[in-house]
Design a binder for this molecule. Structure first.
Ligand SMILES: Nc1ncnc2c1ncn2[C@@H]1O[C@H](COP(=O)(O)OP(=O)(O)OP(=O)(O)O)[C@@H](O)[C@H]1O
Ligand SMILES: [Mg+2]
Length: 233
């Protein structure tokens, strides 16, 4: 279980997230929606330990993530797929995976890479290709494979579908569902709200750094006005 309590984040001296509470249970997909600048990516980066939290607590399975470095956060079981599906362009796909596997003990690297290639068999014929030669969808597969290498208990995905072709999006959505079916809790940030609400059981709508609405994804599917209001506010 991921527990976020009273999360506050400041960026560039300005408070951008002001007291967010959120839980993600094992096997659950929670969609985090909201307009540009609402604070979604800031929450992702703060969960990962990549930017500081000015206040609040984050726990995973009861153990605190407060004050941990990004590598320690990954070892504790939380992995993120950051916005923008960036890979290292001058490294091969295999070396991109090896770089992300550095948090693992040396003897676990090979088996972990084999395991994520079973999830993304499309990457196998491209292992020696340079990161920069990949399509956007292939890059997103590498990023998801990197996140899954250390068998996270919680996976946070910032913009799964942005800029990707519909067939690739369907493929990535299927992987996300099977990851959740294996017991991983997923926090999904997604511009394409129809997709997010189809995948998720629960949703939180973020507005100017606060959780403006939280409840079953079904309610947002049935009542699109709730979401429209937050995007227009
Ligand atoms: N590197 C930064 N330095 C200072 N302020 C930042 C930085 N990145 C984002 N912000 C500010 O933090 C606030 C939240 O931005 P954030 O990127 O978290 O929003 P978001 O919900 O992810 O938006 P989007 O839907 O556009 O991705 C915004 O006011 C933004 O201008
Ligand atoms: Mg963002």
């Amino acid at each position: 279980m991921l527990e976020i309590r009273e999360l506050h984040i400041s960026r560039g001296g300005k408070s951008v997230v002001h007291g967010v509470d959120l839980d993600v249970a094992p096997g659950e997909i929670v969609a985090m929606l909201g307009p540009n600048g609402a604070g979604k990516s800031s929450i992702v980066l703060a969960l990962a330990g990549a930017i500081p939290r000015s206040k609040g607590h984050v726990r995973i399975g009861g153990a605190t993530l407060d004050g941990l470095t990004p590598d320690a956060v990954r070892r504790a079981g939380l992995a993120i797929v950051p916005e923008g599906h960036q890979v290292l362009g001058s490294l091969s796909v295999l070396d991109n995976l090896r770089a992300a596997a550095m948090v693992l003990p040396a003897n676990e690297v090979g088996p972990a890479i084999e395991r994520v290639l079973m999830t993304f068999p499309e990457l196998t014929p491209r292992l020696e290709h340079l990161g920069r030669s990949l399509s956007g969808g292939q890059k997103q597969m590498v990023c998801m494979a990197q996140a899954l290498l250390a068998r996270p208990r919680i996976l946070v995905v910032d913009e799964l579908s942005l800029g990707l072709a519909p067939l690739v999006v369907k493929r990535l959505a299927d992987v996300l569902q099977s990851v959740a079916a294996d017991g991983v809790g997923v926090l999904l940030i997604e511009q394409f709200t129809t997709l997010a609400l189809r995948l998720a059981q629960r949703a939180v709508v973020l507005q100017r750094g606060r959780a403006a609405w939280c409840g079953p994804a079904q309610t947002l599917r049935d009542t699109p006005e709730i979401l429209q209001a937050s995007y227009l506010a």
